[in-house]
Design a protein around this ligand. Sequence first.
Ligand code: ZN
Length: 151
Amino acid sequence: MELKANDIINELVETKDIRITSQRRKILEILIENRDKHLSVEDIYNVSKKQGKSVAIPTIYRTMDILQKSGIVIKNDFGDGIAKYELYVKEKETIHYLICKRCGKIIEVTGLLPDNLNSHLLEEHGFQAIDTSLKIYGYCDDCMYQEGKFQ
Ligand SMILES: [Zn+2]
């Protein structure tokens, strides 16, 4: 999965004002690496242990609490009483371009694709989208009639 852990962590620190200790960083890295899974505190502990940098379970609990309050992770309970966490990084709103074939004007638009497109593609098609840019060619308001295409 092509996710730059450092970029994401830096952005979280900037926007959420969370002090990142090396243990919190490790936890965030694990969450990012396993972004398509739901992890329990124990899962996180086991991954950290396997990677040779084990984080104490109470520290994981505390960190998950902070991350949850900051809206960085979502806590789920799938009925077995075990809290499972997943990272919630809002996908950046993608800008799409409408390009006029006659005068070359470029109009930027947002909201053409659903917000959850990336997670939809990942869940439904096992596909990790990294570029959802879209160029749409046509005629702008001024050119539409002059071009005599759409009268
Ligand atoms: Zn035009």
